[in-house]
Design a protein around this ligand. Sequence first.
Ligand code: G3P
Length: 246
Amino acid sequence: MARKFFVGGNFKMNGSISSIKEIVKNLNEAALDAEVETVVAPPALYLQLVRDSLRSGIEVAAQNVWDKPNGAYTGEISVEQLKDSKVTWAILGHSERRTILKESDEVVASKTKYATDNGLGVIWCCGESLEEREAGKTIEVVSRQLEALKAKVSDWSRIVIAYEPIWAIGTGKVATTEQAQEVHKAIRDWLKGVSVKVTEETRILYGGSVNEKNCGELSKQPDIDGFLVGGASLKPAFVDIINCRK
Ligand code: G3P
């Protein structure tokens, strides 16, 4: 089965009502490649605004979700609430949450299990720091993150993996096509330990300083099935990234 190309836009903690309306308008008016699955992740406060005003065919993701049913969890949002608002995806395990908010591999895996078991799609992120890359530990780090996921998750059909080397995020230092493909291939090989079906069907996205200029070459790599875009998803050029294979 061919893997459908996937482009996610992670707005992070950026935007205002007016700038987000502008992004939505731009996406609504653009001619987008129908062969690409597109998902945008605005800050929680703007999820409903985006879902209510964005064209159908583009899905909306939260940037985090809690792993319990509705209840006394101040400051959190549940899977049930996201689904009630027609938000069908969540980003989990982003390096900013792993490093700044100290989310462990196990916490990320537990949230991913709860979200997928309850019908949400998850863009599950992994990736190494510069120090880890320079120590030759990239594959070891990513495998450790994947092992924690495998220990909890049984249904992989709702998971999209995003490989985001931390040193390439927001730095303008994109991984070379060879560096990205090498890790994506290693992730694909690791997935063989889950099943042949999961190996063949799971999308592996690249994230880290993707823009309208570098996306074309990256998209040609056999194991790169799309992108998770940060800064460039706030700009009109996001459309060019979605359409990079046209
Ligand atoms: O999740 C997307 C991300 O972390 C990459 O950000 O700004 O380097 O595209 P950016």
